[in-house]
Write a protein that binds this ligand. Structure first.
Ligand code: ZN
Length: 323
């Protein structure tokens, strides 16, 4: 015996959709053909087909059996009929990829492009596609943590933030390649010991990954990307150092070329041992006491900003995500 859905059963609906949950319990949704067709080209095509004689009905309207899980259909219809409840899922939550996995799959299957677009936008908020948004998100996450990290440990015994390995899996399965560079970069700055059941070992701020979800190909990309990041940062900083070093700012009393070289060498060294090059370079761009000569200081800061942007742009190439 099928159950009518409590809220997604409209008295003036002109089509009934039936689906079963994992226990074989059937739910009927009574919705509108015009709405389904508006959001889904698959439904639009299906509903313009001439009605089959003796087609099955439910409550006097045509009945369509869907092979999908009833709970997944429920969340899909809710995003259409209850759009006043954004975001589609809570931001910055660990299980977000799992929550939206089915939503993306169904929106792919039924070609619901608007819905897919909204889901992808929200995913990209967790896995930014630009350096400016990445920095903004880093600030937001840092704001969640106590300076010594203790209060978060108390509030959340486990890592509460999105898992890069799940995001990578989702990106491949649901065809959302735009989130891959940020997810791989996030992985690249974690130690493999950063497991969800043992977040206390992890930096920055106890982020972890479900390493077991990664394929051999993902691990290969990760290793290549890690090496590539170090090489690119080092060669760009080396070039930067020689460019900057060719000038002495005579207007400034204490401009020393050797001092500049020293600072650039120090930054290069720091980057080679840092798991997170973008954060290391960013920290340096805001340090005030870099140099006595203000012009040199500004030149170095500008150079570090350029290097950060160049590294961000190269992420897809470094992690071999382009093919
Ligand atoms: Zn100078």
């Amino acid at each position: 015996m099928a159950q009518r859905h409590a809220s997604l059963y409209f008295f003036d609906g002109n089509i009934a959709l039936m689906a079963s949950n994992n226990f074989g319990e059937k739910t009927v949704f009574r919705v509108h053909q015009s709405i389904l067709s508006h959001y889904s080209s698959v439904f639009a095509d299906m509903l313009t087909m001439p009605p089959v004689r003796e087609a099955e009905t439910y409550d006097d309207v045509p009945l369509v059996y869907l092979p999908d899980n009833a709970e997944e259909i429920e969340s899909l219809l809710k995003t259409i009929y209850l759009p006043r409840s954004p975001p589609l899922y809570p931001r910055l939550t660990r299980c977000a990829p799992r929550i939206i996995y089915h939503l993306l799959n169904l929106s792919n299957k039924y070609e619901m492009n608007e819905l897919r677009h909204d889901v992808v936008l929200q995913l990209e908020a967790d896995w930014p596609t630009s350096l400016a948004r990445w920095d903004q998100l880093e600030g937001e996450i840092a704001g969640l943590a106590d300076p010594d990290g203790d209060s978060m440990r108390y509030l959340f015994p486990e890592d509460p933030l999105p898992d890069p390995a799940s995001a990578i899996q989702l990106a491949y399965e649901c065809r959302v390649p735009t989130i891959l560079p940020a997810a791989f970069y996030q992985l690249s700055r974690l130690s493999i010991r950063c497991q969800p059941d043992n977040p206390s070992r992890c930096k920055p701020w106890r982020r972890t990954a479900n390493w077991g979800l990664l394929t051999a190909g993902d691990l290969r990309r990760l290793l290549l990307g890690r090496e590539g990041l170090l090489q690119v940062a080092d060669s760009m900083l080396a070039t930067g150092a020689s460019d900057i070093d060719s000038q002495i700012h005579w207007v400034v009393d204490r401009c020393r070329g050797s001092e500049r070289m020293e600072v650039m060498d120090k930054i290069r060294e720091e980057c080679q041992s840092a798991p997170d090059i973008l954060a290391t370079l960013r920290g340096r761009t805001t340090t005030e006491e870099l140099l006595t000569c203000q012009i040199c200081r500004r030149r170095i800061r500008d150079r570090l900003k350029q290097v950060r942007h160049a590294i961000w742009t190269k992420l897809p190439k470094l992690f071999q995500l382009e093919d």
